[in-house]
Design a protein around this ligand. Structure first.
Ligand code: C5J
Length: 221
């Protein structure tokens, strides 16, 4: 059975049993005060806007029994998987690995590394821990998708122009159809969010499609 999802640059048809919802890095470290996002000088409240639409997409995907995958950006406690170029970049108030109010910044196992409570994964939903911005880099995501016959990714999460974009670009090159749910994605820079979505759907959908959480829910009903 194929369903049609309203999207830009045009509707996309896909088989629900070959589609997965992937929520990128909806972690306390990015969305809550005291985490990685705030140490970089960002207003984390801007990312909170994506939580409600992500909840809507998550509920629709779970009801339709789509594969749901969550990702988290973070590093080993000894930081051996963190490239020096990533650790030394910028001038944050705290660096990756430094102690903060939610534990060590962007470190696996710390409270800040967790996904926000409103989007907590169910026990059967895979959580991909990734050291990079893209969810395919140094992870088993591609294997997991291929083993489950997935050819279409419905994508939400943060931030639009960084980890969402990198993941969609990686997925597109691997042959997956990607649909970004605009309101289920967010950025600390509203202009980057807007332009990031434009870039995905430009030129006839150079990286994929852009839709929204309500359209996805309606398509799944
Ligand atoms: C960033 C991400 N922005 N999840 N990570 O550093 O987009």
């Amino acid at each position: 059975m194929l369903i049609t999802l309203d999207a830009e640059p045009g509707p996309i048809r896909f088989a629900p049993n070959r589609a997965a919802l992937i929520l990128i890095d909806m972690q306390r470290d990015f969305l809550e005060p005291g985490g990685f996002g705030e140490t970089l000088g960002n207003d984390v409240a801007l990312l909170q806007m994506a939580v409600g639409p992500c909840q809507m997409a998550l509920a629709a995907a779970r009801a339709a029994e789509l594969l749901v995958i969550h990702t988290r950006e973070g590093h080993r406690p000894d930081l051996r998987d963190a490239p020096p170029a990533k650790l030394e970049r910028g001038a944050p108030s705290k660096r990756i690995g430094d102690p903060g109010p939610m534990g060590r910044i962007l470190i696996r196992g710390e409270a800040g590394h967790d996904i926000v409570a409103a989007l907590a994964p169910l026990p059967e939903e895979p959580v991909i821990d990734k050291p990079g911005k893209g969810a395919f880099h140094q992870t088993d995501l591609d294997q997991l998708l291929r083993n489950n016959g997935i050819d279409t990714l419905i994508v939400g999460g943060v931030t639009t122009e960084v980890c969402v974009h990198t993941t969609i670009r990686e997925a597109n090159d691997r042959g997956y159809r990607c649909v970004a749910l605009a309101d289920a994605c967010a950025s600390y820079f509203p202009e980057f969010h807007r332009i990031g979505l434009e870039m995905i759907k430009a030129q006839g959908g150079i990286f994929g499609w852009v839709s929204d959480a309500a359209s996805f829910r309606n398509a799944m009903n």
